[in-house]
Unconditional design. Structure first.
Length: 608
Protein backbone atom coordinates (compact mmCIF):
# COMPACT_ATOMS: atom_id res chain seq x y z
CA UNK A 1 0.00 0.00 0.00
CA UNK A 2 1.55 3.29 -1.07
CA UNK A 3 2.18 6.10 1.39
CA UNK A 4 -0.07 8.39 -0.67
CA UNK A 5 -2.93 5.87 -0.58
CA UNK A 6 -2.57 5.33 3.13
CA UNK A 7 -2.65 9.09 3.72
CA UNK A 8 -5.73 9.46 1.52
CA UNK A 9 -7.45 6.63 3.35
CA UNK A 10 -6.62 8.16 6.71
CA UNK A 11 -7.99 11.52 5.63
CA UNK A 12 -11.14 9.86 4.31
CA UNK A 13 -11.66 7.96 7.57
CA UNK A 14 -11.21 11.16 9.56
CA UNK A 15 -13.80 12.97 7.43
CA UNK A 16 -16.22 10.01 7.70
CA UNK A 17 -15.74 9.77 11.44
CA UNK A 18 -16.17 13.51 11.99
CA UNK A 19 -19.46 13.43 10.08
CA UNK A 20 -20.86 11.27 12.85
CA UNK A 21 -19.90 13.77 15.56
CA UNK A 22 -21.21 16.94 13.94
CA UNK A 23 -23.80 18.68 16.08
CA UNK A 24 -27.38 18.52 14.94
CA UNK A 25 -28.91 21.77 13.75
CA UNK A 26 -32.29 22.33 15.42
CA UNK A 27 -34.29 25.02 13.68
CA UNK A 28 -37.49 26.85 14.61
CA UNK A 29 -39.54 29.60 12.96
CA UNK A 30 -41.52 31.90 15.28
CA UNK A 31 -43.87 34.66 14.12
CA UNK A 32 -44.87 37.25 16.73
CA UNK A 33 -48.30 38.72 16.02
CA UNK A 34 -51.54 39.86 17.63
CA UNK A 35 -54.76 37.88 17.84
CA UNK A 36 -57.96 37.50 19.83
CA UNK A 37 -57.62 35.34 22.95
CA UNK A 38 -60.60 34.10 24.97
CA UNK A 39 -59.40 33.28 28.48
CA UNK A 40 -61.96 34.96 30.73
CA UNK A 41 -65.08 34.57 28.57
CA UNK A 42 -64.62 37.55 26.28
CA UNK A 43 -62.22 37.95 23.33
CA UNK A 44 -59.22 40.17 24.11
CA UNK A 45 -56.39 41.25 21.83
CA UNK A 46 -53.12 39.71 22.99
CA UNK A 47 -49.78 38.63 21.55
CA UNK A 48 -49.62 35.27 19.79
CA UNK A 49 -46.75 33.21 18.41
CA UNK A 50 -47.42 31.20 15.27
CA UNK A 51 -51.06 32.09 15.77
CA UNK A 52 -51.32 30.57 19.24
CA UNK A 53 -51.48 31.71 22.86
CA UNK A 54 -49.13 30.84 24.56
CA UNK A 55 -45.88 30.51 22.58
CA UNK A 56 -44.92 26.94 21.60
CA UNK A 57 -42.64 24.60 23.53
CA UNK A 58 -39.11 24.55 22.07
CA UNK A 59 -37.08 21.37 22.53
CA UNK A 60 -33.34 20.85 22.08
CA UNK A 61 -30.68 18.35 22.97
CA UNK A 62 -27.44 19.40 24.64
CA UNK A 63 -24.83 20.00 21.94
CA UNK A 64 -27.34 21.08 19.28
CA UNK A 65 -26.77 24.14 17.13
CA UNK A 66 -29.90 26.21 17.74
CA UNK A 67 -31.19 28.34 14.86
CA UNK A 68 -34.36 30.28 15.71
CA UNK A 69 -35.88 32.56 13.07
CA UNK A 70 -38.06 35.23 14.68
CA UNK A 71 -40.34 37.47 12.62
CA UNK A 72 -42.00 40.48 14.23
CA UNK A 73 -45.44 40.99 12.73
CA UNK A 74 -46.54 43.53 15.37
CA UNK A 75 -47.64 46.73 13.67
CA UNK A 76 -46.21 49.45 15.91
CA UNK A 77 -43.92 47.70 18.40
CA UNK A 78 -40.35 46.51 18.41
CA UNK A 79 -40.03 43.06 19.93
CA UNK A 80 -37.41 40.62 21.23
CA UNK A 81 -36.95 37.18 22.74
CA UNK A 82 -34.69 36.37 25.69
CA UNK A 83 -33.67 32.77 26.39
CA UNK A 84 -34.03 32.72 30.15
CA UNK A 85 -31.21 30.84 31.90
CA UNK A 86 -29.26 29.88 28.78
CA UNK A 87 -25.51 30.26 28.40
CA UNK A 88 -24.92 31.97 25.07
CA UNK A 89 -23.16 34.90 23.35
CA UNK A 90 -24.30 38.33 24.48
CA UNK A 91 -25.87 39.36 21.16
CA UNK A 92 -28.03 36.23 21.23
CA UNK A 93 -29.31 36.94 24.77
CA UNK A 94 -31.98 39.13 23.25
CA UNK A 95 -32.07 42.25 25.44
CA UNK A 96 -32.40 45.50 23.46
CA UNK A 97 -29.62 47.94 24.31
CA UNK A 98 -27.20 45.20 25.41
CA UNK A 99 -24.31 43.75 23.38
CA UNK A 100 -25.32 45.68 20.26
CA UNK A 101 -28.76 44.06 20.01
CA UNK A 102 -31.31 46.64 18.90
CA UNK A 103 -34.50 44.63 19.09
CA UNK A 104 -36.61 43.41 16.18
CA UNK A 105 -38.41 46.18 14.29
CA UNK A 106 -41.94 45.71 12.97
CA UNK A 107 -42.03 43.49 9.89
CA UNK A 108 -38.39 42.52 10.35
CA UNK A 109 -36.55 39.36 11.35
CA UNK A 110 -33.76 38.28 13.61
CA UNK A 111 -32.03 34.91 13.55
CA UNK A 112 -30.83 33.66 16.93
CA UNK A 113 -27.90 31.24 16.54
CA UNK A 114 -26.09 29.60 19.44
CA UNK A 115 -24.57 26.35 20.63
CA UNK A 116 -26.72 24.59 23.22
CA UNK A 117 -24.26 24.15 26.08
CA UNK A 118 -26.45 22.79 28.88
CA UNK A 119 -29.57 20.79 29.62
CA UNK A 120 -32.59 21.33 31.83
CA UNK A 121 -35.87 23.25 32.11
CA UNK A 122 -35.84 26.86 30.94
CA UNK A 123 -38.16 29.30 29.21
CA UNK A 124 -38.18 32.24 26.84
CA UNK A 125 -39.99 35.55 26.86
CA UNK A 126 -40.02 39.06 25.49
CA UNK A 127 -37.68 41.70 26.87
CA UNK A 128 -39.62 44.56 25.28
CA UNK A 129 -42.05 46.68 27.30
CA UNK A 130 -44.87 44.56 28.76
CA UNK A 131 -45.09 41.99 25.96
CA UNK A 132 -44.24 39.18 28.37
CA UNK A 133 -47.44 39.91 30.35
CA UNK A 134 -49.43 40.07 27.12
CA UNK A 135 -48.55 36.53 26.03
CA UNK A 136 -45.03 36.47 24.61
CA UNK A 137 -43.57 33.61 26.64
CA UNK A 138 -43.03 29.88 26.21
CA UNK A 139 -41.25 26.85 27.63
CA UNK A 140 -37.83 25.66 26.51
CA UNK A 141 -36.62 22.16 27.40
CA UNK A 142 -33.10 20.88 26.74
CA UNK A 143 -32.57 17.15 27.09
CA UNK A 144 -29.22 15.58 28.01
CA UNK A 145 -27.15 14.16 25.15
CA UNK A 146 -28.91 11.16 23.63
CA UNK A 147 -31.73 11.94 26.11
CA UNK A 148 -29.98 9.92 28.77
CA UNK A 149 -30.80 11.02 32.35
CA UNK A 150 -27.96 12.48 34.38
CA UNK A 151 -28.66 10.26 37.37
CA UNK A 152 -30.35 6.92 37.90
CA UNK A 153 -33.17 8.39 39.93
CA UNK A 154 -34.07 10.70 37.02
CA UNK A 155 -35.16 7.92 34.67
CA UNK A 156 -38.84 8.58 34.01
CA UNK A 157 -41.55 7.24 31.73
CA UNK A 158 -43.43 10.53 31.28
CA UNK A 159 -42.19 14.11 30.97
CA UNK A 160 -44.47 17.17 31.19
CA UNK A 161 -43.99 20.92 31.30
CA UNK A 162 -46.21 22.63 33.89
CA UNK A 163 -45.94 26.33 33.06
CA UNK A 164 -47.65 28.65 35.54
CA UNK A 165 -48.64 32.16 34.45
CA UNK A 166 -50.99 35.04 35.21
CA UNK A 167 -53.47 36.50 32.70
CA UNK A 168 -55.04 39.93 33.16
CA UNK A 169 -57.97 41.49 31.35
CA UNK A 170 -56.06 44.76 31.23
CA UNK A 171 -53.10 45.06 28.88
CA UNK A 172 -49.65 45.57 30.36
CA UNK A 173 -49.34 49.25 29.45
CA UNK A 174 -52.63 50.01 31.22
CA UNK A 175 -51.51 48.13 34.35
CA UNK A 176 -48.28 50.14 34.35
CA UNK A 177 -50.19 53.41 34.00
CA UNK A 178 -52.53 52.47 36.84
CA UNK A 179 -49.60 51.69 39.14
CA UNK A 180 -48.09 55.07 38.29
CA UNK A 181 -51.39 56.76 39.20
CA UNK A 182 -51.41 54.96 42.53
CA UNK A 183 -49.31 52.09 43.80
CA UNK A 184 -52.42 51.01 45.74
CA UNK A 185 -54.56 50.89 42.60
CA UNK A 186 -55.00 47.10 42.84
CA UNK A 187 -55.08 46.80 46.62
CA UNK A 188 -58.45 45.22 47.30
CA UNK A 189 -57.69 43.00 50.30
CA UNK A 190 -57.48 45.48 53.13
CA UNK A 191 -58.16 44.43 56.71
CA UNK A 192 -61.61 44.90 58.19
CA UNK A 193 -62.82 45.97 61.62
CA UNK A 194 -63.24 42.28 62.33
CA UNK A 195 -59.51 41.78 61.82
CA UNK A 196 -58.76 44.59 64.26
CA UNK A 197 -61.14 43.08 66.82
CA UNK A 198 -59.42 39.70 66.44
CA UNK A 199 -56.08 41.36 67.15
CA UNK A 200 -57.47 43.11 70.25
CA UNK A 201 -58.77 39.79 71.59
CA UNK A 202 -55.43 38.15 70.91
CA UNK A 203 -52.96 40.88 71.92
CA UNK A 204 -54.94 43.32 74.04
CA UNK A 205 -56.04 46.88 73.31
CA UNK A 206 -52.77 48.61 74.23
CA UNK A 207 -50.56 46.36 72.10
CA UNK A 208 -53.00 46.55 69.18
CA UNK A 209 -53.15 50.36 69.36
CA UNK A 210 -49.37 50.62 69.42
CA UNK A 211 -49.00 48.24 66.48
CA UNK A 212 -51.63 49.99 64.37
CA UNK A 213 -50.19 53.41 65.14
CA UNK A 214 -46.76 52.38 63.89
CA UNK A 215 -48.13 50.95 60.64
CA UNK A 216 -50.20 54.09 60.06
CA UNK A 217 -47.18 56.31 60.64
CA UNK A 218 -45.34 54.38 57.97
CA UNK A 219 -48.34 54.57 55.63
CA UNK A 220 -48.26 50.82 55.17
CA UNK A 221 -50.83 48.06 55.04
CA UNK A 222 -50.29 44.62 56.51
CA UNK A 223 -52.14 43.16 53.54
CA UNK A 224 -49.82 44.62 50.88
CA UNK A 225 -48.56 41.37 49.44
CA UNK A 226 -49.16 41.96 45.71
CA UNK A 227 -48.91 45.01 43.48
CA UNK A 228 -51.41 43.66 40.96
CA UNK A 229 -54.59 41.68 41.55
CA UNK A 230 -57.35 40.49 39.25
CA UNK A 231 -55.33 37.73 37.61
CA UNK A 232 -56.61 34.48 36.15
CA UNK A 233 -53.94 31.86 36.78
CA UNK A 234 -53.05 29.39 34.04
CA UNK A 235 -51.34 26.02 33.59
CA UNK A 236 -49.81 25.76 30.12
CA UNK A 237 -52.12 28.54 28.99
CA UNK A 238 -55.28 26.85 30.31
CA UNK A 239 -57.66 28.00 33.03
CA UNK A 240 -58.73 25.65 35.84
CA UNK A 241 -62.00 25.07 33.99
CA UNK A 242 -60.09 24.07 30.84
CA UNK A 243 -58.18 21.63 33.05
CA UNK A 244 -54.76 20.84 31.57
CA UNK A 245 -54.25 17.09 32.06
CA UNK A 246 -51.17 14.87 32.03
CA UNK A 247 -51.69 11.14 31.65
CA UNK A 248 -49.85 8.32 33.43
CA UNK A 249 -49.98 4.62 34.18
CA UNK A 250 -49.75 3.16 37.68
CA UNK A 251 -46.16 2.78 38.94
CA UNK A 252 -44.73 5.03 36.26
CA UNK A 253 -42.30 7.78 37.21
CA UNK A 254 -43.41 11.16 35.91
CA UNK A 255 -41.23 14.27 35.59
CA UNK A 256 -43.06 17.57 36.02
CA UNK A 257 -41.13 20.64 34.86
CA UNK A 258 -42.62 23.57 36.79
CA UNK A 259 -41.92 27.02 35.31
CA UNK A 260 -43.16 30.25 36.87
CA UNK A 261 -43.69 32.35 33.75
CA UNK A 262 -45.94 34.87 35.49
CA UNK A 263 -45.39 38.58 35.33
CA UNK A 264 -46.00 39.33 39.02
CA UNK A 265 -47.10 36.19 40.88
CA UNK A 266 -45.59 33.72 43.29
CA UNK A 267 -47.14 30.34 43.89
CA UNK A 268 -47.28 27.72 46.62
CA UNK A 269 -47.37 24.43 44.70
CA UNK A 270 -48.67 21.11 45.97
CA UNK A 271 -50.25 17.88 44.70
CA UNK A 272 -52.42 16.57 47.56
CA UNK A 273 -51.70 12.93 48.46
CA UNK A 274 -48.63 12.80 46.22
CA UNK A 275 -45.06 13.35 47.37
CA UNK A 276 -42.74 15.24 45.03
CA UNK A 277 -39.00 14.69 44.69
CA UNK A 278 -37.22 17.87 43.62
CA UNK A 279 -34.36 16.99 41.23
CA UNK A 280 -33.60 20.31 39.53
CA UNK A 281 -33.70 24.03 40.36
CA UNK A 282 -33.47 26.66 37.61
CA UNK A 283 -32.58 23.92 35.13
CA UNK A 284 -29.59 22.75 37.17
CA UNK A 285 -29.61 19.26 38.73
CA UNK A 286 -29.74 19.01 42.52
CA UNK A 287 -29.56 16.10 44.90
CA UNK A 288 -33.08 14.69 45.39
CA UNK A 289 -35.27 16.33 48.05
CA UNK A 290 -38.63 14.82 48.98
CA UNK A 291 -41.26 17.50 49.68
CA UNK A 292 -45.00 18.00 50.02
CA UNK A 293 -44.94 21.52 48.58
CA UNK A 294 -42.69 24.31 47.38
CA UNK A 295 -42.91 28.04 46.81
CA UNK A 296 -41.79 29.14 43.36
CA UNK A 297 -40.84 32.74 42.72
CA UNK A 298 -41.40 34.54 39.44
CA UNK A 299 -38.98 33.23 36.74
CA UNK A 300 -37.80 30.23 38.78
CA UNK A 301 -38.11 26.62 37.63
CA UNK A 302 -38.23 23.35 39.58
CA UNK A 303 -38.27 19.81 38.21
CA UNK A 304 -39.98 17.21 40.38
CA UNK A 305 -40.48 13.47 39.97
CA UNK A 306 -43.69 11.85 41.17
CA UNK A 307 -44.92 8.25 41.26
CA UNK A 308 -48.73 8.45 41.04
CA UNK A 309 -50.76 5.37 41.99
CA UNK A 310 -54.38 6.44 42.44
CA UNK A 311 -56.81 7.25 39.63
CA UNK A 312 -56.12 11.00 39.52
CA UNK A 313 -54.48 13.91 41.31
CA UNK A 314 -54.94 17.66 41.24
CA UNK A 315 -51.98 19.99 40.79
CA UNK A 316 -52.65 23.10 42.88
CA UNK A 317 -50.56 26.25 42.53
CA UNK A 318 -51.99 28.88 44.88
CA UNK A 319 -51.00 32.51 44.49
CA UNK A 320 -49.27 33.79 47.58
CA UNK A 321 -51.89 36.49 48.08
CA UNK A 322 -54.51 33.70 48.13
CA UNK A 323 -56.47 35.33 45.32
CA UNK A 324 -56.67 32.21 43.17
CA UNK A 325 -55.22 28.95 41.84
CA UNK A 326 -53.62 27.60 38.74
CA UNK A 327 -55.04 24.07 38.52
CA UNK A 328 -54.16 20.99 36.46
CA UNK A 329 -54.74 17.25 36.63
CA UNK A 330 -52.70 14.07 36.54
CA UNK A 331 -54.90 11.18 35.41
CA UNK A 332 -54.41 7.44 35.08
CA UNK A 333 -55.01 6.80 31.39
CA UNK A 334 -56.90 3.60 32.27
CA UNK A 335 -59.38 5.52 34.44
CA UNK A 336 -62.81 5.59 32.76
CA UNK A 337 -63.83 9.19 33.49
CA UNK A 338 -61.86 12.41 33.41
CA UNK A 339 -62.14 14.07 36.83
CA UNK A 340 -63.69 17.50 37.25
CA UNK A 341 -61.75 20.29 38.90
CA UNK A 342 -62.45 20.83 42.59
CA UNK A 343 -61.44 24.33 43.61
CA UNK A 344 -59.54 23.99 46.91
CA UNK A 345 -60.19 26.10 49.96
CA UNK A 346 -57.78 29.00 50.03
CA UNK A 347 -55.21 29.01 52.75
CA UNK A 348 -55.18 32.03 55.08
CA UNK A 349 -53.67 35.17 53.64
CA UNK A 350 -50.55 36.12 55.57
CA UNK A 351 -50.32 39.57 57.12
CA UNK A 352 -47.02 41.42 57.06
CA UNK A 353 -45.40 41.91 60.43
CA UNK A 354 -42.61 44.00 61.87
CA UNK A 355 -40.03 41.33 61.06
CA UNK A 356 -40.88 41.87 57.37
CA UNK A 357 -39.59 45.41 57.68
CA UNK A 358 -36.44 44.43 59.52
CA UNK A 359 -37.66 44.85 63.10
CA UNK A 360 -38.11 42.14 65.65
CA UNK A 361 -36.68 38.70 66.19
CA UNK A 362 -37.38 37.59 62.65
CA UNK A 363 -34.59 39.70 61.18
CA UNK A 364 -31.49 38.15 62.69
CA UNK A 365 -29.91 37.58 59.31
CA UNK A 366 -30.18 41.06 57.91
CA UNK A 367 -27.11 43.25 57.74
CA UNK A 368 -29.17 46.43 57.59
CA UNK A 369 -28.83 48.90 60.44
CA UNK A 370 -32.53 49.40 61.05
CA UNK A 371 -31.93 51.67 63.98
CA UNK A 372 -31.05 54.32 61.40
CA UNK A 373 -34.34 53.84 59.57
CA UNK A 374 -36.71 56.29 61.18
CA UNK A 375 -40.37 56.69 60.35
CA UNK A 376 -39.66 59.57 58.01
CA UNK A 377 -37.40 57.39 55.94
CA UNK A 378 -39.92 54.61 55.96
CA UNK A 379 -42.57 57.05 54.76
CA UNK A 380 -40.35 57.80 51.78
CA UNK A 381 -41.20 54.34 50.60
CA UNK A 382 -44.84 53.71 50.03
CA UNK A 383 -44.69 50.08 50.99
CA UNK A 384 -48.35 49.59 50.46
CA UNK A 385 -47.57 49.86 46.78
CA UNK A 386 -44.83 47.41 46.96
CA UNK A 387 -46.04 44.41 45.15
CA UNK A 388 -47.77 41.77 47.14
CA UNK A 389 -46.77 39.21 44.61
CA UNK A 390 -43.25 40.05 45.36
CA UNK A 391 -43.87 39.27 48.94
CA UNK A 392 -45.23 36.06 47.78
CA UNK A 393 -42.34 35.92 45.52
CA UNK A 394 -40.48 35.13 48.56
CA UNK A 395 -39.67 31.69 47.66
CA UNK A 396 -38.66 30.71 51.16
CA UNK A 397 -36.65 28.10 49.43
CA UNK A 398 -34.46 30.94 48.39
CA UNK A 399 -33.77 32.26 51.84
CA UNK A 400 -30.06 32.04 52.41
CA UNK A 401 -28.53 29.83 55.06
CA UNK A 402 -27.90 32.67 57.48
CA UNK A 403 -31.56 33.58 57.29
CA UNK A 404 -32.58 30.00 57.60
CA UNK A 405 -30.48 29.60 60.74
CA UNK A 406 -32.22 32.58 62.22
CA UNK A 407 -35.55 30.79 62.12
CA UNK A 408 -36.84 27.51 63.45
CA UNK A 409 -38.59 26.43 60.28
CA UNK A 410 -40.11 23.30 61.72
CA UNK A 411 -42.13 25.49 64.07
CA UNK A 412 -42.58 28.16 61.43
CA UNK A 413 -44.33 25.74 59.11
CA UNK A 414 -46.52 24.19 61.77
CA UNK A 415 -47.69 27.27 63.61
CA UNK A 416 -50.73 27.94 61.43
CA UNK A 417 -54.08 26.46 60.70
CA UNK A 418 -55.50 25.94 57.24
CA UNK A 419 -58.65 27.80 58.17
CA UNK A 420 -59.33 31.11 56.44
CA UNK A 421 -60.07 32.88 59.72
CA UNK A 422 -56.71 31.92 61.23
CA UNK A 423 -54.24 34.69 61.96
CA UNK A 424 -51.14 34.15 59.86
CA UNK A 425 -48.24 36.59 60.04
CA UNK A 426 -45.10 36.97 57.97
CA UNK A 427 -44.64 36.89 54.21
CA UNK A 428 -42.73 33.58 54.40
CA UNK A 429 -45.52 31.73 56.17
CA UNK A 430 -47.21 29.45 53.64
CA UNK A 431 -49.48 27.77 56.23
CA UNK A 432 -47.86 24.42 55.51
CA UNK A 433 -49.81 21.75 57.43
CA UNK A 434 -48.09 20.25 60.46
CA UNK A 435 -45.95 17.29 59.51
CA UNK A 436 -45.60 18.31 55.86
CA UNK A 437 -42.30 19.31 54.28
CA UNK A 438 -41.99 22.57 52.34
CA UNK A 439 -38.88 23.06 50.23
CA UNK A 440 -36.34 25.55 51.59
CA UNK A 441 -33.39 27.04 49.71
CA UNK A 442 -31.16 25.44 52.32
CA UNK A 443 -32.33 22.01 51.05
CA UNK A 444 -30.75 22.57 47.63
CA UNK A 445 -27.42 20.85 46.99
CA UNK A 446 -25.76 20.61 43.59
CA UNK A 447 -25.86 17.11 42.12
CA UNK A 448 -22.32 17.44 40.74
CA UNK A 449 -19.39 19.25 42.42
CA UNK A 450 -18.97 22.92 41.62
CA UNK A 451 -15.87 23.37 39.43
CA UNK A 452 -14.88 26.71 40.99
CA UNK A 453 -14.66 26.82 44.78
CA UNK A 454 -12.36 29.83 45.08
CA UNK A 455 -13.02 32.43 47.72
CA UNK A 456 -14.43 35.66 46.35
CA UNK A 457 -11.79 38.31 45.62
CA UNK A 458 -14.28 41.18 45.64
CA UNK A 459 -17.85 41.99 46.63
CA UNK A 460 -20.59 43.54 44.55
CA UNK A 461 -23.29 45.17 46.68
CA UNK A 462 -26.75 45.47 45.15
CA UNK A 463 -29.23 47.37 47.32
CA UNK A 464 -32.88 46.97 46.39
CA UNK A 465 -35.24 49.82 47.14
CA UNK A 466 -37.95 52.05 45.81
CA UNK A 467 -40.21 54.99 46.31
CA UNK A 468 -43.82 54.03 45.92
CA UNK A 469 -45.17 57.55 45.71
CA UNK A 470 -44.02 57.56 42.08
CA UNK A 471 -43.91 53.78 41.70
CA UNK A 472 -40.16 53.75 41.09
CA UNK A 473 -37.91 50.80 41.94
CA UNK A 474 -34.16 51.12 42.22
CA UNK A 475 -30.82 49.33 42.49
CA UNK A 476 -28.30 51.15 44.67
CA UNK A 477 -30.64 54.13 44.86
CA UNK A 478 -30.97 54.67 41.10
CA UNK A 479 -33.38 53.52 38.46
CA UNK A 480 -31.94 51.87 35.36
CA UNK A 481 -32.03 54.98 33.15
CA UNK A 482 -29.86 56.90 35.66
CA UNK A 483 -27.49 54.13 36.79
CA UNK A 484 -23.87 53.51 35.88
CA UNK A 485 -23.19 49.93 34.75
CA UNK A 486 -21.66 47.46 37.17
CA UNK A 487 -18.26 46.20 35.97
CA UNK A 488 -16.25 43.07 36.77
CA UNK A 489 -13.13 41.50 35.25
CA UNK A 490 -13.38 38.36 33.18
CA UNK A 491 -12.53 35.28 35.25
CA UNK A 492 -12.95 37.09 38.57
CA UNK A 493 -14.65 35.33 41.48
CA UNK A 494 -17.01 37.76 43.18
CA UNK A 495 -19.65 37.73 45.89
CA UNK A 496 -22.95 39.37 44.98
CA UNK A 497 -24.62 40.79 48.06
CA UNK A 498 -28.31 41.53 47.60
CA UNK A 499 -29.56 43.83 50.39
CA UNK A 500 -33.29 44.35 50.35
CA UNK A 501 -34.19 47.73 51.84
CA UNK A 502 -37.85 47.26 50.96
CA UNK A 503 -40.78 45.29 52.32
CA UNK A 504 -41.29 43.48 49.06
CA UNK A 505 -39.58 40.27 47.98
CA UNK A 506 -37.61 40.63 44.75
CA UNK A 507 -36.74 37.67 42.49
CA UNK A 508 -33.39 38.87 41.17
CA UNK A 509 -32.36 37.41 37.81
CA UNK A 510 -28.87 37.49 36.28
CA UNK A 511 -28.53 36.92 32.55
CA UNK A 512 -25.74 34.92 30.93
CA UNK A 513 -24.30 33.16 34.00
CA UNK A 514 -25.31 31.08 37.00
CA UNK A 515 -24.80 32.25 40.56
CA UNK A 516 -23.96 29.81 43.33
CA UNK A 517 -26.41 30.52 46.15
CA UNK A 518 -24.76 30.67 49.58
CA UNK A 519 -27.34 28.55 51.39
CA UNK A 520 -25.36 26.75 54.09
CA UNK A 521 -23.80 24.15 51.83
CA UNK A 522 -20.05 23.83 51.33
CA UNK A 523 -18.76 25.75 48.31
CA UNK A 524 -18.44 22.54 46.29
CA UNK A 525 -22.14 21.75 46.89
CA UNK A 526 -23.80 25.16 46.49
CA UNK A 527 -26.70 25.10 44.01
CA UNK A 528 -26.64 27.06 40.77
CA UNK A 529 -29.39 29.66 40.42
CA UNK A 530 -30.21 32.18 37.71
CA UNK A 531 -33.00 33.74 39.80
CA UNK A 532 -32.78 34.34 43.54
CA UNK A 533 -35.67 35.65 45.59
CA UNK A 534 -34.49 38.20 48.15
CA UNK A 535 -36.96 38.44 51.07
CA UNK A 536 -38.09 41.79 52.47
CA UNK A 537 -35.56 43.45 54.78
CA UNK A 538 -33.09 40.58 54.26
CA UNK A 539 -29.65 40.09 52.77
CA UNK A 540 -28.89 37.16 50.47
CA UNK A 541 -25.48 36.41 48.99
CA UNK A 542 -24.27 34.37 46.04
CA UNK A 543 -20.90 33.62 44.45
CA UNK A 544 -20.25 34.25 40.78
CA UNK A 545 -17.44 33.27 38.44
CA UNK A 546 -17.49 35.98 35.78
CA UNK A 547 -16.68 33.65 32.90
CA UNK A 548 -18.99 35.00 30.17
CA UNK A 549 -17.83 38.14 28.36
CA UNK A 550 -20.49 40.68 27.55
CA UNK A 551 -23.12 43.03 28.89
CA UNK A 552 -25.60 41.16 31.06
CA UNK A 553 -28.88 42.36 32.53
CA UNK A 554 -29.42 41.97 36.26
CA UNK A 555 -32.94 42.86 37.38
CA UNK A 556 -35.98 42.09 39.45
CA UNK A 557 -38.15 39.68 37.46
CA UNK A 558 -41.38 41.22 38.69
CA UNK A 559 -42.25 42.83 35.37
CA UNK A 560 -43.51 46.17 36.68
CA UNK A 561 -40.61 46.49 39.11
CA UNK A 562 -38.12 46.00 36.30
CA UNK A 563 -39.91 48.43 34.00
CA UNK A 564 -40.10 50.95 36.87
CA UNK A 565 -36.31 50.92 37.24
CA UNK A 566 -35.06 47.88 39.20
CA UNK A 567 -32.49 46.81 36.62
CA UNK A 568 -28.82 47.37 35.81
CA UNK A 569 -26.14 46.27 33.37
CA UNK A 570 -23.33 43.98 34.56
CA UNK A 571 -20.35 44.21 32.22
CA UNK A 572 -17.85 41.33 32.17
CA UNK A 573 -14.75 42.47 30.29
CA UNK A 574 -11.19 41.49 29.47
CA UNK A 575 -8.66 44.08 30.57
CA UNK A 576 -5.33 43.71 28.73
CA UNK A 577 -2.74 46.31 27.72
CA UNK A 578 -4.97 49.05 28.98
CA UNK A 579 -7.80 47.98 26.66
CA UNK A 580 -11.22 46.78 27.74
CA UNK A 581 -13.13 44.30 25.60
CA UNK A 582 -16.30 42.29 26.05
CA UNK A 583 -15.70 40.29 22.85
CA UNK A 584 -14.03 36.85 23.16
CA UNK A 585 -10.58 36.87 21.55
CA UNK A 586 -11.59 34.05 19.23
CA UNK A 587 -14.34 36.26 17.85
CA UNK A 588 -12.44 39.52 17.56
CA UNK A 589 -11.50 38.93 13.94
CA UNK A 590 -14.98 37.89 12.83
CA UNK A 591 -17.03 40.09 10.53
CA UNK A 592 -19.35 42.71 11.96
CA UNK A 593 -22.99 42.09 12.69
CA UNK A 594 -25.14 42.59 9.64
CA UNK A 595 -28.14 44.83 10.24
CA UNK A 596 -30.28 44.79 7.10
CA UNK A 597 -33.91 45.76 6.79
CA UNK A 598 -34.93 42.10 6.74
CA UNK A 599 -32.51 40.39 9.10
CA UNK A 600 -29.97 41.06 11.81
CA UNK A 601 -27.48 38.24 11.64
CA UNK A 602 -25.26 37.35 14.55
CA UNK A 603 -23.23 34.58 12.94
CA UNK A 604 -19.94 35.85 14.34
CA UNK A 605 -21.30 35.26 17.84
CA UNK A 606 -22.49 31.73 17.20
CA UNK A 607 -19.25 30.03 18.22
CA UNK A 608 -17.73 29.34 21.62
Amino acid sequence: MSILFRQSLLIGLCIFSSSWTLAAVKEYHLTIDEGLVNITGKPLKRITVNGKFIAPLLEFEEGDDAVIHVHNNLKNQDSSLHWHGLLLPGLMDGVPGFNGFKGIKPNQDFVYRFKVRQNGTYWYHAHSKGQEQDGLYGALVIYPKNKQPLARHEKTERDYVVMLSDFHEQESDQIQKNLKISAEYYQNQRETLGNVWQQIQRDGLKATWSDRKMWNQMRMLKTDLSDVTGYTFLVNGKTPEQNWTGMFKTNEKVRLRFINASAMSFFDVRIPNLKMTVVSADGQPVQPVSVDEFRIGTAETYDVIVEPKQADYQIEAESIDRSGFAIGTLQNELAPVKPTIQMPQARPRALLNMADMGHGSGDQSSSMDHSKMNHTEMQGMDHSKMNHTEMQGMDHSMMNHAEMQGMDHSQHQQMTSTQNNAVVEGWANASTPAGNKALQYSDLKSLTPQPDTREASSELVIRLGGTMERYMWTINGKKFSDAEPLKVKYGERIRIKFINDSMMAHPMHLHGMFMQLENGQAAVDMPNKHTIVVPPAKTVTALLTADELGEWAIHCHLLYHMSAGMMNKLIVANVTDGKVSTIPLSEASHSKVQNSSTEQSGDQHAHH
